[in-house]
Unconditional design. Structure first.
Length: 405
């Protein structure tokens, strides 16, 4: 269990830098609130919101993988007394609290004070090249009701923990801890690490459960699906996902404290030109949402290359607002467009060494030097060592948003 100690020490070092159950389904009880009245008018009560249906087995499974105790006494109780789960629980508590104080609380405050007033309200957020990172997307767009994530990492159905041996469970928690090390310490997943870690932690779902539950949600429904040629969602068994070119998973999240219900999609697809050419149904799926807000971070500068121009153009035309760092769409693509408004945050720095000088943006660097950028009070991206991070908010004028199909 050395991984637990490693992450704790990493974050502490970082902090010191200056810097009615029914089978497996149940429903939540709802509370009704009195309707305001006066002596002249009696307001008609609004219809009560639909009570979300809960897959109890899924809810329990997601809390187990998040390292948080169950709501009730159930068959997970003996598993949560094992050293492997207890070590994972305490390590995650420590590291989450450190990350929350160093990064997440600052992000939430910045979102509320600076970001939310600057972009138009949108019920949909698209996060390309996301991996399983629900966490940062939700912190920056907490009021959306639907999130769409897309990346190469696979979707694998998780086995029930009590069907695994104790030694396998221990290895699984070790692997899950190691896979989280980059998010805790650096704020992003490293692709080469993900390829290795995914073999042990069974695809993106454990991490998506982890982030969702730790963000205060119950994972109450899950469906494996694909998009047909008309972009309709077709629910299928997990073992059929690999038969289709646009496999996905849909999670329904419920926040007990507010009653909010959110839908999260993750599609395991390539967003390259060839990938979108072979998956026109995914583009239709996005188009069916109308405009949406887009979030891009730590995207390996893929949209700077000729192989990712289709996704770049799609985002430019359909995003109501686009929040990105310099690894997203290159500044040259929107520099001269009159239908967009640009706001700068943080400080521009040359790309980290692993990406090379070819993705350095001299024009963006110059813009940061002549235009006053607003403060960015947290570190989120590749420059985690120096904390010289930059973000841009590109707002499309409302009359210009949307594409002609």
């Amino acid at each position: 269990m050395r991984a637990f100690l490693y992450i704790g020490l990493l974050l502490m070092g970082f902090a010191c830098q200056p810097v009615r159950e029914e089978g497996n389904r149940a429903t939540y009880d709802t509370m009704t609130h009195p309707v305001a009245t006066d002596t002249l008018i009696v307001a008609e009560p609004e219809p009560a919101p639909a009570t979300p249906v809960v897959d109890t087995a899924l809810l329990r499974l997601s809390r187990f993988y998040a390292g948080l105790p169950q709501y009730d006494s159930n068959h997970y109780a003996p598993l949560e007394r094992e050293d492997a789960w207890l070590d994972f629980h305490y390590a995650m508590q420590l590291n989450w609290e450190l990350m929350d104080s160093l990064r997440l609380r600052k992000m939430s405050a910045w979102q509320k004070e600076t970001l939310a007033p600057a972009y138009g309200d949108s019920q949909v957020v698209f996060y390309p090249f996301s991996g399983p990172d629900f966490l940062h997307m939700h912190r920056l767009f907490p009021d959306a009701s639907e999130y769409i994530m897309a990346a190469l990492e696979p979707i694998v159905e998780l086995p029930q923990p009590d069907t695994l041996s104790a030694s396998v469970r221990e290895k699984l928690f070790d692997s899950l801890t190691v896979s989280l090390r980059d998010v805790f310490g650096k704020s992003y997943f490293i692709t080469s690490h993900m390829r290795k870690d995914m073999k042990q932690i069974q695809g993106v779902l454990p991490l998506m459960y982890f982030f969702s539950v730790r963000e205060g949600f119950d994972v109450i429904q899950q469906d494996f699906l694909y998009l047909d040629s008309s972009a309709r969602e077709v629910v299928i068994p997990h073992h059929q996902l690999h038969w289709h070119t646009t496999p996905g998973v849909r999670l329904i999240l419920h926040q007990p404290t507010t009653g909010a219900v959110k839908t999260v999609y993750y599609f395991s697809i390539s967003l390259s030109n060839a990938g979108l050419r072979d998956r026109p149904e995914f583009v239709r799926f996005l188009d069916s949402r109308g405009s949406y807000n887009t979030f891009i971070k730590s995207a390996s500068y893929l949209m700077h290359t000729k192989d990712f121009t289709r996704i770049r153009d799609l985002l430019m035309e359909s995003s109501a607002a686009l929040l990105q760092d310099d690894t997203g769409i290159p500044y040259r693509a929107f520099r001269d467009r009159l239908d967009q408004e640009l706001s700068l945050f943080g400080e521009y720095a040359r790309p980290v060494q692993s990406f090379g000088e070819e993705v350095y943006q001299a024009a963006l660097d110059s813009l940061y030097r002549v235009q006053t950028a607003q403060p960015l009070p947290f570190s989120l991206g590749y420059h985690w060592k120096t904390r010289k991070q930059n973000y841009m908010l590109i707002n499309r004028r409302k009359a210009s948003v949307g594409r002609t199909l």
